[in-house]
Design a protein around this ligand. Structure first.
Ligand code: PEP
Ligand code: MN
Length: 375
């Protein structure tokens, strides 16, 4: 179910220089007043006027740097006063919200671990009641769109109307090259349901490495997202958290220049999809198809071992005929032609049989080498 959100358009927040992309940048963590000032000045000179800096850091393991705490809020005030930037930080409790309000922080965001916890989100929403401060909500660590939407609803019902989202990807149990699985499908779904919600991507936490920033940022903008939150530090290699994914303001400037910003029509109430966005959606689906095919073939290999172990023939034609018939029937339900389904699934089946054959002959080789025993 999608409840409408009562939103103040981002163009009325007075924060970002439009057109797209709107950029929020700054260090993962505030470490010292000098570090913040130096980074902020670098960013400001690039035309980036909204600073991010974590004051309270949610770390996976204890005894890591957990942020400088309330003391850092004064440094953010200094940046605001001396550089003239808007300043933002992460809040994870009502207490954090009260401290931010006390120090005149301009915007807060809710981190991925907090969005996953409705008790905390409600506590934060209650603390924000009767304030006017914009709030950005990161996706929850797990790929649960309803949990993400639920957090937006809690805040909106507490009167937060300057609301936006940040997509930072999802934890994954699979081995992937990025730190977090982009799971763009979920972002697209949210974008489609709430076209007016300002939508940022966080390529830093998604990629986990500065080398991925450009490709992720480009993908995010091709999908029609409005902006980017990127970690930038004046001395990344000595950063106290997320050193690998941060980059110097000047390198961020070079990276941003390489991004191609295509036209989109997000400002119109009826969000129109451009060809670039549709193509980007196809790219995402193709990536998913590839990984589904790889998982399927992996299982075929395991079946190959099992058949060998239990002395079962690879080909059981009766089973395949039934399966194909079932796929054709289901495919028709999705409007897919019999010819198409038959071609695709016969190709998949052929590859699967080949893989099972390979597994069995590999095992035979091992046995005849005398190097192994049948399992
Ligand atoms: C952060 O923005 O520094 C952070 C901790 O991010 P996330 O909540 O996405 O892990
Ligand atoms: Mn970080």
């Amino acid at each position: 179910m999608t409840n409408a959100l009562d939103l103040v358009p981002v163009t009325e927040w007075g924060f970002f220089t439009l057109p797209r992309p709107m950029i929020i940048a700054g260090p993962c963590s505030a470490e010292s007043e000098e570090q913040l000032l130096q980074t902020a000045k670098g960013l400001d000179s690039l035309g980036i006027h909204v600073l991010r800096a974590g004051i309270w850091k949610p770390r996976t393991h204890p005894n890591c740097f957990e942020g400088v705490g309330v003391g850092g809020l004064k440094w953010l005030q200094t940046v605001k006063r001396e550089v003239g930037m808007k300043v933002s930080t992460e809040v994870a409790s009502a207490k954090h919200v009260y401290e931010c309000l006390k120090y005149g922080i301009d915007m807060v965001w809710i981190g991925a671990r907090t969005t996953a916890n409705p008790f905390l989100v409600q506590e934060i929403a209650d603390a924000l009641r009767d304030t006017d401060i914009p709030v950005l909500v990161k996706n929850p660590v797990n790929p649960d769109l309803d949990l993400w939407i639920g957090a937006l609803e809690r805040l909106n019902q507490a009167g937060v109307r300057k609301l936006g989202v940040i997509h930072r990807g999802f934890s994954s149990s699979q081995k992937i090259s990025y730190r977090n699985d982009p799971g763009w499908r979920i972002a697209i779904e949210l974008r489609t349901r709430y076209p007016m919600l300002p939508f940022f991507a966080d390529p830093s936490h998604m990629g986990g490495d500065r080398k991925f920033l450009l490709e992720i940022s480009q993908r995010a903008l091709d999908l029609g997202l409005d902006g980017l939150m990127i970690e930038s530090h004046c001395d990344p290699s000595n950063a106290l958290s997320d050193a690998k994914q941060q980059l110097k303001p000047e390198d961020l400037g070079l990276m941003l220049k390489k991004i191609i910003v295509r036209d989109n029509d997000n400002d119109s109430p009826a969000y129109k999809e451009s060809i670039a966005q549709l193509r980007a959606q196809i790219d995402v689906i193709d990536d998913n198809l590839l990984s589904a095919l790889a998982s399927r073939m992996n299982i075929s290999a395991r079946i190959g071992s099992y058949k060998k172990e239990h002395n079962i023939a690879i080909l059981q034609t009766g089973r395949w005929d039934r399966l194909l018939e079932e796929m054709v029937r289901k495919g028709k339900g999705f409007g897919l032609s019999e010819e198409f389904i038959t071609t695709v699934f016969n190709a998949i089946h052929e590859e699967s049989v080949k893989i099972q054959n390979d597994v069995i002959s590999e095992q035979n080789d091992v046995i005849s080498d005398g190097k192994g025993q049948p399992s």
